[in-house]
Unconditional design. Structure first.
Length: 397
């Protein structure tokens, strides 16, 4: 069940996230320079119990839903978007583990309870069938949280058997992070602390029970949906993942607009006798514009969450049009959050671009984050238009 605000468990997790925000903000510069989330932060996150949020009840976790983990990420982003991204995905990837078969879940959840993993679902690996499983070779870029993970959830193509007419099939699989090489190529203008480097597999063995066909993994009938009582395990992957990921940009925009509001009353304008922007009509109007853009982002995002959660929790399936709409809402929410940040920054003066200013970091992080494939509104706009007109989708994810 995707618990709503006001439920005791949901509110307790959100309160725990809020308590961490000051420390995350204090360490944001350190995290960015190190290009990874500090170990102290990870210890505090673990101690707060946040990493267990989506562990199914079958394995001793609270089995919380999409709304809760999305709100956790939104709140943590008030302190540091990069840290929020890493922690949020470490939480959410337990939901992805719950979509595998029972043998794989018993092996991983039964050993560790909460499992820390990176996930990259672009099927850029190649799988070769061998006795008991597969040998996999490939490279996966953009692997956020690699430095904190014990496992990786990756995807690749099983070439099938052309002689018998068997077609290639995309598979999702689990591999220990220690079996993979790491290409430290994460040098970016934003989201620096996510350590989203490239993982490399060179003829790594993957047992068959740690694999699942991509189509089954992404859909409502994934193997875990019949194992767990939590409805969230059967949520469709694409729209759920997009809306969850968008939560970081919502939190970043909320904090940026709040900081801009404070700055309007404290920044002294050049060549004045102590005047502040708060007394200038254009600055007042700019705050109004940024606030409306922020509200637009929040409403788009929450509308998408409500659509996915309410539909699935009632035992219904999203239609093709609803899935496309939810993806579109997530992408448009990210762009609205970006616009709110840009509007605030355009009126905040040059001082926000000192490294010590959190505003410039929020702006750089969101400008980088918006490039994530799930926020590609060029594609999601086309998909929704096709679905609304009853046409086949050229991009069904």
């Amino acid at each position: 069940m995707s618990l709503p605000p006001g439920s005791d468990q949901h509110d307790a997790f959100i309160a725990a996230a809020e308590a961490l925000v000051p420390a995350l903000a204090e360490r944001a510069g350190e995290a960015e320079r190190a290009r990874r989330v500090p170990g102290t932060t990870m210890e505090e996150v673990r101690a707060a119990g946040l990493l267990t949020a989506m562990v199914p009840s079958r394995y001793g976790g609270p089995g919380l839903g999409l709304r809760t983990v999305s709100e956790i990420s939104r709140v943590l982003a008030h302190g540091c978007p990069s840290t929020s991204w890493v922690v949020g995905f470490l939480i959410e990837h337990n939901w992805q583990f719950a979509r595998f078969g029972l043998e794989a879940q018993d092996e991983l959840f039964g050993k560790d309870g909460c499992v820390l993993a990176v996930a990259q679902l672009q099927p850029s690996g190649r799988l070769r069938r061998v006795e008991g499983g597969y040998r996999v070779t490939g490279r996966w870029a953009w692997c956020s949280a690699s430095q904190q993970s014990d496992y990786a959830i990756l995807a690749g193509l099983d070439s099938g058997d052309p002689a018998s007419g068997e077609r290639a099939n995309a598979l999702v699989f689990i591999v220990p992070i220690g079996d993979l090489g790491q290409d430290d190529d994460w040098f970016t203008s934003g989201m620096r602390a996510t350590a989203s480097l490239t993982l490399v597999a060179d003829d790594v063995f993957v047992p068959a029970h740690r694999t699942v066909p991509f189509a089954a993994f992404a859909g409502e009938d994934n193997p875990g949906a019949s194992i767990h009582p939590e409805a969230v395990v059967g949520y469709p992957l694409g729209p759920s993942l997009a809306l969850f990921a968008a939560s970081v940009t919502i939190g970043a925009a909320e904090q940026t607009v709040a900081l801009f509001k404070d700055q309007l009353a404290s920044r002294v304008l050049f060549a004045t006798a102590g005047d502040t922007p708060a007394g200038r009509p254009r600055s007042q109007a700019r705050l109004a514009d940024a606030s409306v853009m922020l509200r637009n982002a929040q409403l788009l995002w929450r509308d998408g969450l409500d659509l996915v959660c309410d539909t699935a929790d009632r035992g219904h399936r999203l239609t093709v049009e609803q899935r496309a709409w939810a993806r579109l809402l997530a992408g448009k929410a990210v762009l609205a959050a970006r616009d709110a940040i840009s509007t605030a920054c355009d009126g905040a003066g040059a001082s926000i671009y000192y490294e010590r200013s959190p505003i410039q970091r929020f702006q750089r992080d969101v400008e980088t984050l918006k490039g994530h494939v799930v926020f590609d509104t060029d594609r999601s706009c086309v998909s929704y238009g096709q679905a609304a007109l009853g046409l086949p989708l050229t991009d069904p994810f």
